[in-house]
Design a protein around this ligand. Structure first.
Ligand SMILES: Nc1ncnc2c1ncn2[C@@H]1O[C@H](COP(=O)(O)OP(=O)(O)OP(=O)(O)O)[C@@H](O)[C@H]1O
Ligand SMILES: [Mg+2]
Length: 245
């Protein structure tokens, strides 16, 4: 760290500092939510086992059976989500490989509620023959989450769509593309979105660090990030990585 700062001079060390501050904020958030999520597990398992006991009763009216089965399956869905959250917030090292399709599925499950609330339809078109990429799983989740959340936040009306695609490029690299039907961006905006602290979400709690961190992470793993957008025509962000050896 000190060496990098000395080699590149003050500008980079300022960026590094900001990134560290942001990572620290994310880690803090992770620690807090891990505690909350952990506490959710006990009541969830009570709901689930109680509803299973009710379902074992023989003379239940059909509508009660249906309602209780529904409670049971929703409780199961919640406990799967909390398990996912716990593994997301657990701190692992920076190494590793990930399956892009599994990571996409995780992130889309994670934002499902947020999307539904906004009336946004999220769909996926995945190539299931892709090899693993040499990117840490949590880093990939963070990158995708930042881009997908931006897409959801960009969509004001309730008829928006987000499409997430995975594919192999002609050069054999792995590409994940996230397109939205939102308002898009003017060229002057596009040229600034990867700068730290650039945000148009003042008053909505935007830090302007999401895409900066996403690009930094992508490059850290030898990847690249691109965006194509025009006003009124939505935006398409894509990140590309080498396949794992
Ligand atoms: N899909 C998109 N459609 C339209 N504009 C976008 C999209 N994604 C990003 N932007 C623009 O890029 C800016 C920077 O995004 P970035 O994720 O870095 O910060 P932010 O979303 O404003 O803040 P934070 O990520 O901390 O919530 C946004 O404020 C927005 O103006
Ligand atoms: Mg953002």
């Amino acid at each position: 760290m000190t060496v990098t700062a000395e080699i590149h001079g003050g500008a980079i060390s300022g960026e590094l500092f900001r990134q560290m501050a942001y990572n620290e904020k994310m880690a803090e958030l992770g620690r807090i939510s891990a505690g909350v999520v952990h506490e959710l597990n006990a009541p969830l398992s009570v709901i689930s086992s109680a509803s299973q006991m009710i379902l074992r009763e023989s003379d239940l009216p059909e509508f009660v059976r249906e309602m209780v089965a529904r409670i049971n399956s929703e409780a199961l869905r919640l406990s799967q989500l909390t398990r996912g959250l716990l593994s997301f917030s657990s701190h692992d090292d920076s190494g590793g490989e990930s399956d892009v399709n599994l990571t996409i599925a995780f992130v889309l499950d994670f934002v499902g509620f947020e999307a539904a609330q906004r009336g946004v339809t999220v769909s996926r078109r995945l190539d299931y023959r892709l090899p693993l990429v040499a990117v840490n799983g949590n880093a990939l989740k963070q990158m995708l989450l930042n881009i997908v959340m931006n897409a959801l936040q960009a969509m004001a009306d309730a008829s928006g769509t987000v499409l997430v695609e995975s594919s192999a490029t002609p050069e054999g690299r792995i590409r994940i593309a996230i397109s939205d039907s939102g308002p898009g961006m003017a060229p002057a905006t596009v040229s600034k979105i990867f700068e730290p602290y650039f945000t148009t979400k003042t008053g909505e709690g935007g830090t302007g660090l999401g895409l900066f961190v996403t690009r930094t992470l992508a490059e850290q793993y030898g990847g690249s990030i691109d965006v194509v957008s025009r006003p009124g025509e939505g935006a398409c962000f894509s990140i590309t990585f080498d396949a794992a050896e």
